[in-house]
Design a protein around this ligand. Sequence first.
Ligand code: BES
Ligand code: MN
Ligand code: MN
Length: 463
Amino acid sequence: MNELNTYLSEHKNRFIDELIEILKIPSISADSAFSQDVFDMAEAVKKSLEDAGCSKVEICETPGYPIVYGEKIIDPSLPTILVYGHYDVQPPDPINLWNSPPFEPVIKTTKIHPEGAIFARGACDDKGQMYMHIKALEFMCSTNQLPCNVKFMIEGEEEIGSESLAWFVKNHQEKLANDIILISDTGMISNDQPSITTGLRGLSYVEVEVTGPNRDLHSGIYGGAVANPINVLAKMIASLHDENNHITIPGFYDKVEELSPEERAEMAKAPFSLEQYKKDLDIDAVYGEKGYTTNERNSIRPTLDVNGIWGGYTGEGAKTVIASKAYAKISMRLVPHQDWKEITQLFKTHFESIAPKGVKVVVTPHHGGQGYVTPIDNIGYKAASMAYAETFGKTPIPQRSGGSIPIVSLFEQELKSKTILMGFGLDSDAIHSPNEHFGIFNYLKGIATIPLFYKYYTALSKK
Ligand code: BES
Ligand code: MN
Ligand code: MN
């Protein structure tokens, strides 16, 4: 597609400028102080879909943030691709660790991104990757090369559990009917070695509260004589892993899919340097479940991690006190066949059962979702593989990811279609962290690869 290269080089500066504009909108779904910005962002997505060539674009109201829906149906007898993405972003905190303000995008070069990367919250997750699809559509429409039908569904609650989208999908099956779902909201191995994500982990997210005495106490007068909720919580959390870093919740592993030695050997072929991994993170050793490699621990094995823990006095100086309450937020990443609601229940039962006398424990489930594994023997995967091979000059490697996009399993359940995860981010792009960025190379490669997916998918559908 030479025309594509010409179009890209003619318009790439505008593509970058347009992305920078939408990155300025702080569409933080988790923080209600930014609610207006999230709505504004939906309007911006609507406008960009119209400009790119969709024939129908609507803002679909939900009980929460709207879903932007757009479509271009050229011939009902041709296949239909449904593109999903999200326009909400994670909160930027801790703000003081950013080298430039999170909603004032700047382009800087890095070792991995010699051609420059855009630094801003959402640059990679998922505004930059979502916008690649809109620019790919613009190219296909304005050069008369759209080979099939396309529908867009861009939501604003992915980072907080996609509750409204679940409702929307269940109620609009006909509107969303498609042959394949296409998402760019994951990563790849490196800019020299593309990969296609074939699995996502499920998630169960809970909050726990431990209450001891009915009020904060002097730690001298009462210390040693009553249960200290923070001490107790720390002990309870520590007991959730054994000496081999296995999770101790009874029944937790019962349904875990065990990969065959052949599958594990296949996985181990993906290029990976443990030395580089440790160096990047400035750690002297990796840590995790005994009997598994780093790449297995972060993809095919379930995990339990404390995401936040608080209670008592954390201000300046010292205050001698036994707090009445202690809290933690805990996430469990799940693998195929583990049911997130069942795991949440197992956690709750176990955590309540290990509470010592003298404290009360309350477990509150937050959101969750099922994992997902996509087969590689279908035309969707083949089309994606051919598209990457053409733009990168290398066949992509299938790879399971440790992250979660819980709505993907619901798409399969409600819309009966498979999802192809064409991610262009890198692990080092710092999504959810300070200084999130997205390589200009990756952004433009994405825009170049997506139309090829359309082309090959349509061609393979005819056979
Ligand atoms: N885009 C990520 C998920 C992701 C990132 C998958 C990289 C694979 C590789 C998504 O926006 C995300 O952050 N998901 C959350 C779950 C959600 C329910 C809050 C996650 O994985 O923590
Ligand atoms: Mn995302
Ligand atoms: Mn995210």
